[in-house]
Design a protein around this ligand. Structure first.
Ligand SMILES: [Zn+2]
Length: 435
């Protein structure tokens, strides 16, 4: 007898919603079928959507910056995630320059993530790994990470990876089944004057800095044949240029991630009294850019939130240099994107993420033998009023949504149901293993 069956729901199965039953046993999807079989627990999902658990490939829980640590830790951050139907996160190790530091960074993060309610994986992260690239990539693969992130900017804090190492990483990625994630902004086109206030963010980090660097890295990806993944694309213009000049490699070996906030807000919000709460890197773009990004949604492969939350007091600065950059976003990411774009966002937040981050088919899909990670979504008009993270404000306050998460399941156990979180132990997911 099966443990649980979800009946009568509209299940996102084989790429579309179908009226079909989902059977769960021992933490896995045991069967998807129109036929009825006995189960210990029967959940009637009549009228509701049953969707694979969201995978957020871009979170920064408990991120230690020089003067401050982001507010959501792995415990509260993953609780907030579960309220939003998120069942897996991929967070980042501290950036390193060599193999032994990578191991330290990994063990530190593993300890940080222990209280997670949902499953988690990590991206390795490098700074300026001269002559150390091969050792680092070998080690990260051993530890179950087949993604490594670099920054093309932040040379001021020593975090920039330079072109030679970027190319070396891309070369290696082709032979060793990993993907290079890049925070893409041209460092030379970023200015950080002491005079700048946070309202100058669009001037400090202009669109051209993202676009020009993205085109350069796309060229490297093309030349090397390596696997490149652009994190948090912010600008419609960047995407339009990539599509025009590199249509042969985007969605193949140049993968594009964007974030909900770049679709919802434009940079005029910085002029509001609470504009300081809408600061992140790359920054919000013009209304025209946001419109262009909307029109190109089909060319966005994945959605991540770049969740990096702070309280009002943490962001109570005028000077840009002092401002910790980042916002919360994990809890409402699905509702927001679904309300804006409908069914087409589902693969961008589930299966595509799992494929590009090498979690597929364990995660990201409802099918036999996959982990029983899913959520039930009730369609009804509503609006965002609050969240369950640590921070004292909700930047999406008042946003009109078309539904609400009413149940979330992780590896066959309900972790959110009847308005309550149910304790559960998230697991570290070692990627690259077939199970
Ligand atoms: Zn980030």
């Amino acid at each position: 007898m099966y443990d649980i069956v979800l009946i009568n729901g509209n299940v996102f199965y084989e790429g579309l919603f179908q009226k079909i039953n989902v059977y769960v046993e021992a933490g896995k999807i045991a069967l998807v079928s129109i036929d009825l079989y006995p189960a210990k627990e029967v959940i009637d999902c009549e009228g509701n959507l049953v969707i694979p658990g969201i995978i957020d490939p871009h979170t920064h829980f408990k991120l230690a910056l020089p003067n401050i640590t982001s507010r959501d830790d792995f415990s509260q951050g993953t609780i907030s995630a579960a309220y939003g139907g998120v069942t897996t996160i991929i967070d980042f190790l501290a950036p390193v320059n060599n193999e032994s530091d990578l191991l330290v960074a990994f063990n530190t993060r593993l300890a940080d993530a222990k209280p997670s309610l949902i499953d988690y994986a990590f991206h390795a992260c490098v700074m300026n790994p001269r002559n150390q690239v091969e050792g680092i990539t070998k080690k990260m693969l051993e530890l179950g990470m087949n993604t490594v992130k670099l920054f093309t900017t932040y040379s001021d804090s020593g975090r920039r990876t330079y072109d030679n190492e970027i190319k070396e990483l891309l070369e290696l990625s082709k032979y060793h089944q990993f993907t290079v994630l890049a925070h893409i902004e041209n460092d030379d086109l970023i200015t950080l004057s002491d005079e700048y206030t946070y309202r100058d963010l669009p001037i400090s980090r202009p669109t051209i800095s993202e676009t020009s660097e993205a085109l350069k890295l796309a060229q490297y990806a093309k030349e090397t044949g390596g696997n490149l993944y652009m994190v948090h694309l912010s600008s419609g213009n960047t995407l339009a240029e990539l599509k025009e000049k590199f249509n042969d490699i985007i969605h193949q070996n140049f993968i594009i991630e964007s974030c909900p906030h770049y679709f919802v807000f434009d940079n005029s919000i910085l002029d509001r009294e609470d504009g300081n709460l809408y600061t992140m890197a790359p920054p919000l773009r013009s209304k025209m850019e946001v419109g262009l990004l909307h029109s190109l949604i089909d060319d966005v492969d994945t959605i991540g939130t770049d969740h990096c939350s702070f309280n009002k007091v943490d962001k109570d600065y005028t000077q840009l240099k002092k401002m910790p950059l980042g916002i919360a976003g994990i809890e409402h990411s699905f509702s927001i994107m679904y309300s804006l774009f409908g069914d087409k966002v589902i693969p961008k937040m589930t299966e595509n993420v799992a494929r590009h981050h090498r979690l597929y088919p364990k995660k990201g899909i409802i099918q036999q033998n996959s982990d029983a990670d899913l959520f039930v979504y009730q369609l009804k008009d509503g609006e965002i009023t609050h969240h369950h993270g640590m921070t004292d404000h909700e930047i999406y306050q008042g946003f009109k949504v078309k539904g609400e998460v009413i149940m979330t399941m992780s590896r066959g156990k309900f972790i959110y149901r009847n308005g309550k979180i149910i304790p559960h132990q998230g697991h570290y997911i070692k990627r690259g293993e077939t199970e």
